[in-house]
Ligand binder design. Structure first.
Ligand SMILES: Nc1ncnc2c1ncn2[C@@H]1O[C@H](COP(=O)(O)OP(=O)(O)OP(=O)(O)O)[C@@H](O)[C@H]1O
Length: 355
């Protein structure tokens, strides 16, 4: 596991002191992926560097795989770092070494036999699906393949935790998906605790079990991803599952903002409102994604004021959270030009949440 407790980090001293992390708590269990998101300069990389022992915390404690690494003497750091694999944005491969030689680097430092090295490298390359590229040079690989080599190298010493610092930034969507699928596989197969530093909410949505929002060095919000998206008032939940709520400004109709996540919600809830409850429902906006293996959604609907009680009772029965939206919330939905500011406002909310 990765556990951080009341972590403070200040660079410099005296008048040049620059506090970067304040009172940060973080908990990532084995077999889970914990994302840390936040705007540029929030302190994400500094937090990762405190976990992989490249920086010493000013105060607070850090545990990695059950060991308190906060005050380890210099001579024990090298050994402790073996429990931690790190993958960076650019895989940092040596250009003049082949894929196999790059993956073997950490083993070389450890002095394993040539035979053992060969066996382990073959195993690692198979793990990341690059067995046939062992003798290629990094320049001959795609960005996604280079990241896979970086991941294989990070796994060479059988770490218990993996740090991924913007590992998918700059990759195209297909390469991003394949790297994320690999991380998910590793989490489960190797029971790794993975700290995922990212500014991409799709990445969090796709693979993270938990997420923490860091802003100006403080954790503003954190929790299980499926709970965050089910909370209509969570900034992180809104950024993970952005919708564009609009209210229909029509006499006799009231607009409701719906939020849901979980197995209890039937995927045909909208149809059922009409068929089973006889409700005439206007669907004004909707976002639905699969998160943690279950459908999560946000939507705005309008129904007649006189049917509001029936609507909320039916939704409540399925576990769909409903809140009334004030009239004229974002302008009328059926006029695209007028709804443009609503889109921009929603986009700003997302930007505001993550940076
Ligand atoms: N060695 C250092 N000495 C002084 N200040 C530092 C040092 N390292 C980082 N900082 C400062 O700490 C703050 C947080 O930087 P950090 O790289 O952790 O942010 P980040 O959230 O990872 O940003 P980005 O997403 O842009 O990588 C910044 O203001 C940065 O200038």
């Amino acid at each position: 596991m990765i556990r951080v407790e009341k972590l403070h980090k200040t660079f410099g001293t005296g008048t040049r002191a620059r506090p970067v992390l304040h009172d940060v708590d973080l908990n990532i269990a084995q077999g889970t992926i914990g994302a840390v998101v936040g705007p540029s300069g929030a302190g994400k990389s500094t937090l990762a560097r405190c976990v992989n022992l490249l920086e010493r915390p000013t105060s607070g404690r850090v545990w990695v795989a059950g060991t308190d690494v906060t005050d380890l003497p210099e001579r024990d750091l090298r050994h402790a770092r073996r429990a931690i694999g790190t993958v960076f944005q650019s895989a940092n491969l040596l250009r003049r070494r082949t894929v196999a030689q790059n993956v073997a680097m950490p083993l070389r430092h450890l002095g394993v036999t040539a035979r053992e090295e060969k066996r382990r490298v073959a195993e690692l390359l198979e793990r990341v699906g690059l067995t046939d590229r062992a003798d290629d040079y990094p320049a001959q690989l795609s960005g996604g393949q280079r990241q896979r080599v970086g991941i294989a190298r990070a796994l060479a010493l059988r770490p218990k935790v993996l740090l991924s610092d913007e590992a998918t930034s700059g990759l195209d969507p297909a390469a991003t998906r394949s790297v994320l699928a690999l991380l998910r596989e590793l989490r489960t197969d190797l029971d790794l605790a993975i700290l995922l530093i990212t500014h991409e909410m799709e990445v969090v949505r796709e693979v993270a079990d938990t997420a923490a929002l860091l802003r100006e060095g403080r954790v503003i919000e954190s929790g299980a991803v499926h709970q965050l998206v089910a909370d209509p008032h969570s900034a992180l939940g809104n950024a993970l599952l952005p919708d564009r709520p609009v209210s229909l400004d029509r006499p006799g109709l009231g607009t409701w903002r719906l939020t849901y996540q979980g197995r209890s919600v039937p995927t045909d809830w909208l149809t059922r409102l009409g068929a089973d409850h006889g409700l005439d429902v206007h669907l004004l906006s909707a976002t639905v994604e699969e998160i943690a293996g279950q459908a999560a959604g946000r939507a705005t609907v309008a129904v007649g004021h006189d049917r509001a009680d029936e609507l909320t009772a039916a939704l409540d029965g399925w576990g769909i959270h409903a809140e009334p939206l004030p009239p004229g919330h974002s302008g009328p939905a059926e006029e695209p030009a007028a709804s443009e500011p609503a889109r921009e406002a929603a986009a700003e909310t997302v930007e505001g949440a993550v940076g």
